[in-house]
Design a protein around this ligand. Structure first.
Ligand code: FAD
Ligand code: NAD
Length: 475
């Protein structure tokens, strides 16, 4: 096998593997190195997303949501089922099957695209050379025309509650529980805390979420965050804000977590604790001396808007560089860079990256929040439509939440769309496309939406921005 490639990608997660495939589609010779190792010692492409992130978490969210619906919704439909229980081992086996099929699928995609898949560790050397250490310890040095660094991120540890991988775990550990903890503590009310807290709550755990900040979901539009907090409270998620964890002591019966808030110091005992306080870029062992690659103060690889590192022919994409840590953001960066290397047009519109939180109700948004628009001083208008007024949402027994459109008064441009409610993560795609095409609310208003669908909520919210909603009183 040649040790010379047009492109060598280090990292086979959702940023790296699409970069490798697009580079190959562009007629370049490509190798993709990935070192992800599962607990059983096997290597798997797909990175955090496929092995321990997006995919397994969504599998468990789906299973636990079905159980929850069987418990609380079926009776409304007139369905009686007797006692419905969850076989946790079977649920986990289903999840593992989905993960395996997805990660092996990447090998299939690589084969079809003629990407050379290399499982082991990669290290960038000066001169666009990459040292590859295979699983069996053999070392090769590859010469690349261009190198794409896509090494991802890892969970941020908390000094006062260090991982012991048994009682105190990270998000990966929380995806692998083999039984439902009776008392689950979650440190961090961010995306992971809420998604995985929801999973185990629906399966029967008493879940307490300790969040250091006083505000709940500060990155979301305030109206969405407020509605979410209300719904999570109803579901029994005990979210405590302004809670600063100072100690976590592991004993024979559980973990005693001490935290301080405005009311003083408290100690709560949990069977297990998940620490989900954010993730940090992972670059351990990635860069040999003398490569010239710069890291910023937080450890991210420094890049420009087109993911160039400043070292000729070396790019970096995904979680290891600035910007939101999202699989779709990494994917678009990987594809952009692969196109730029081939001399094609490449671009990522960072202003229209959608965010989705896959709880129930789901939350999704794109663009600016109302608070950000207000702070900018630009005159704006807002249209909202509650799912309570959506025939489809009511038929689905999912009439919580709303869709909200924020637009500029001067030229009607859509500035942000915020949805909390059923299938919000799917509905947001229309808003992303609208913003990508610089659409106005009038464009959305004049677009025909099928009836009865959830998408009508976005249509009505756009109409409401000009006080023309039909299915809900305009305010
Ligand atoms: P990674 O997926 O981390 O992949 C990097 C890969 O590079 C890994 O396989 C790593 O082993 C490998 N690697 C690193 N260094 C080397 C080296 N020197 N040599 C060889 N290989 C190396 N995002 C979403 O958009 N939607 C979601 O629903 C979502 N859910 C999530 C749920 C959880 C529980 C978690 C933890 C994350 C979730 N994310 C989600 C975030 C998403 O997983 C990340 O944004 C995404 O995986 C980043 O992709 P990446 O390719 O940059 O890095
Ligand atoms: P996050 O940044 O979403 O949330 C971390 C939370 O922990 C924040 O609310 C923060 O204030 C809080 N926190 C920080 N230090 C704390 C402390 N000492 N005590 C208590 N609370 C503390 O991070 P995350 O939930 O760990 O997720 C990591 C990344 O993974 C996110 O950036 C997200 O983009 C990505 N992710 C995305 C999805 C999705 O797209 N649906 C799902 C899961 C993860």
């Amino acid at each position: 096998m040649s040790d010379q490639f047009d492109v060598v990608v280090i990292g086979g997660g959702p940023a790296g593997y699409p970069a490798a495939i697009r580079a190959a589609q562009n007629g370049l010779s490509v190798a993709c190195i990935d070192g992800w190792k599962n607990v059983d010692g096997t290597y798997a492409f797909g990175g955090t997303c496929l092995n321990a992130g997006c995919i397994p978490s969504k599998a468990l969210l789906e299973s636990s949501e079905l159980l929850h619906r069987a418990h609380v919704e079926f009776a409304e439909h007139g369905i009686s089922t007797g006692t419905v229980t969850m076989d946790v081992a079977k649920m986990q086996a289903r999840k593992t099957g989905i993960v395996k099929a997805s990660t092996q699928g990447i090998l299939g995609l690589f084969k079809a695209a003629k990407v050379t898949a290399l499982q082991g560790r990669g290290r960038l050397l000066p001169g666009k050379r990459v040292e590859f250490t295979a699983a069996d310890g053999t070392v090769r040095v590859l010469q690349a025309g261009s190198v794409i660094l896509a090494s991802g991120s890892t969970p941020t540890p908390l000094k006062s509650a260090p991982f012991d991988c048994e009682r105190i775990v990270d998000s990966w550990g929380a995806l692998e529980f083999t039984s439902v903890p009776q008392r689950l503590g979650v440190i961090g009310a961010g995306v992971i805390g809420l998604e995985l807290g929801s999973v185990w709550r629906r399966l029967g755990a008493a879940v307490t979420v300790l969040e250091a900040m006083d505000a709940f979901l500060p990155m979301a539009d305030e109206a969405v965050a407020k509605e979410a907090q209300k719904q999570f409270k109803k579901q029994g998620l005990d979210i405590r804000l302004g809670a600063k964890v100072s100690a976590a002591v592991v004993g024979s019966t559980g973990v005693a977590v001490t935290y301080d808030d405005a009311k003083g110091s408290h100690t709560v005992e949990f069977d297990r604790v998940v620490v989900a306080i954010g993730r940090r870029p992972y670059t351990d062992g990635l860069l040999a001396d003398g490569t010239g690659i710069q890291l910023d103060a937080r450890g991210f690889i420094e890049v420009d808007d087109e993911c160039r590192t400043g070292v000729e022919g070396v790019y970096a994409v995904g979680d290891c560089v600035r910007g939101p840590m999202l699989a779709h953001k990494g994917k678009e960066e990987g594809v952009m860079v692969a196109d730029l290397i081939a001399g094609h047009y490449g671009h990522v519109n960072y202003a229209t990256i959608p965010s989705v939180i896959y709880t129930a109700p789901e939350m999704a948004w794109v663009g600016t929040t109302e608070q950000q628009v207000k702070a900018s001083g630009r005159a704006y208008k807002v249209g909202s439509f509650p799912f309570l007024a959506s025939g489809r949402a009511r038929a689905m027994e999912a009439a919580q939440g709303f869709a909200k459109v924020i637009a500029a008064v001067d030229d009607d441009t859509i500035l942000g769309v915020h949805i909390i409610g059923p299938m919000a993560g799917e509905l947001i795609a229309e808003a992303v496309l609208a913003m990508e095409y610089s659409a106005t609310t009038e464009d959305l208003q004049r677009t025909i939406h099928a009836h009865p669908t959830l998408s009508e909520a976005l249509h009505e919210a756009a109409l409401a921005a000009d006080k023309r909603a039909i299915d809900y009183p305009n305010r």
